[in-house]
Design a binder for this molecule. Structure first.
Ligand code: UT7
Length: 321
């Protein structure tokens, strides 16, 4: 018995911000951003929240799967940019969509969050605790980006993606690989709130994203191919058996570097970062939804999902669509 994705959904804020628009704000250009990252634009929240975007994506995933919110048993939201410390975004989504019978909680593993949430759902379902789950990756990174830092503000975008999964006897998830390395947390970090305790005597915290781009770049190109190979070995499959690699959409050059290291055809690595930028935990489910809706995903196809990011965290999932 395993777990299979039965429906997908996504939601993006209406407002789109082009590279040219950013070039009027910081010292950059459309040419530099496209060449170094592949990003042409991104969607930015003008008020849409993590919970609101996640709820829209979840409703689409349920409709795609032909299910009602009341049938959902587990509701997970992966996010590193929730508006509130509590209640968690998943409980807010539960209320918005009327998934009153679900257990709901958040999970934060930054850009690997969706993948880790999918694995969590897989563990609950294969353990026999629940029969199905609704899993969203949702981010409003524009709240935590330093809009004066040209090396980061050009990268990120807002949005949400979701999948509905359920217990299945055929197809679905074949293998999982997950890794964390907390000793490298400083490479990509962001404080979540200033400490207001009168007893606290530490330094004030940086509340925007700080990143060593080159370090993240080389970490991703080194570790992701290894994780993918590990996942494929567990699944008893070869790189050549995989029809699509759905990777976290961080940077076109990172994805191309990973494809080269795997000796895989770049055509098998679909990308939508041209329009969405890096949406962290939302990027994999947003891309999955796009591929599902444009008919690129066919039942029986072998697919690899892979996420990587702050923590550091990274992993891969091999599945049959
Ligand atoms: O989900 C994971 C999240 N993180 C990532 O995905 C980040 C991964 N890293 C990257 O995508 C790349 O490292 C960046 C796109 C962030 C930077 O590209 P790079 O090719 O590694 O550039 P660099 O940091 O080596 O900087 C090269 C130059 C520097 O100028 P000098 O020192 O050579 O004069 C930067 O100041 O480019 C400059 N620069 C920019 N120039 C124009 C940095 N950002 C910009 C910019 N526009 N936006």
């Amino acid at each position: 018995m395993t777990v299979r994705i039965m429906g997908t959904g996504s939601a993006l804020p209406e407002r789109q911000v082009t590279n040219e628009e950013l070039a009027r704000m910081v010292d950059t250009s459309d040419e530099w951003i496209r060449e170094r990252t592949g990003i042409g634009g991104r969607h930015v929240s003008t008020g849409e929240t993590v919970a609101e975007l996640a709820a829209r994506a979840c409703m689409e995933a349920l409709t795609d799967a032909g299910k009602e919110a009341g049938q959902v048993e587990l509701l997970l939201v992966a996010t590193c940019s929730p508006e509130d410390a509590t209640p968690c975004a998943a409980c807010q989504v539960q209320d918005r969509i009327g998934a009153g019978n679900a257990l709901a909680f958040d999970l934060n593993a930054a850009c690997s969050g969706f993948l880790f949430a999918l694995h969590t759902a897989w563990a609950y379902i294969t353990a026999g605790i629940y029969n199905n789950a609704l899993i969203a990756g949702s981010e409003v990174l524009s709240k935590i980006v330093d809009w004066e830092d040209r090396s980061t503000c050009i990268l990120f975008g807002d949005g949400a993606g979701a999948v509905y999964v359920e217990k299945s006897e055929d197809g679905g998830i074949i293998s999982f690989v997950q890794h964390s390395d907390g000793s490298r947390g400083d490479v990509l970090s962001c404080g979540s709130r200033q400490i207001r305790s009168p007893y606290f005597s530490g330094d004030s915290r940086k509340m925007e994203i700080r990143m060593d781009g080159r370090e993240i770049f080389s970490f991703a190109v080194r570790q992701v191919p290894k994780a993918v190979e590990e996942g494929l070995e567990k699944a008893g499959l070869a790189v050549s058996d995989v029809e699509l690699f759905v990777l976290h959409q961080a940077n076109k050059r990172i994805i191309e570097g990973i494809a080269r290291r795997l000796s895989a055809d770049c055509e098998k690595f679909p990308m939508n970062l041209q329009k969405t930028g890096n949406t962290s935990s939302a990027s994999i489910p947003i891309l999955l939804d796009e591929l599902n809706r444009n008919g690129s995903l066919k039942r029986g196809m072998k697919i690899v999902l892979s996420g990587f990011g702050a923590g550091l965290t990274w992993g891969a999932c091999v599945l049959e669509w």
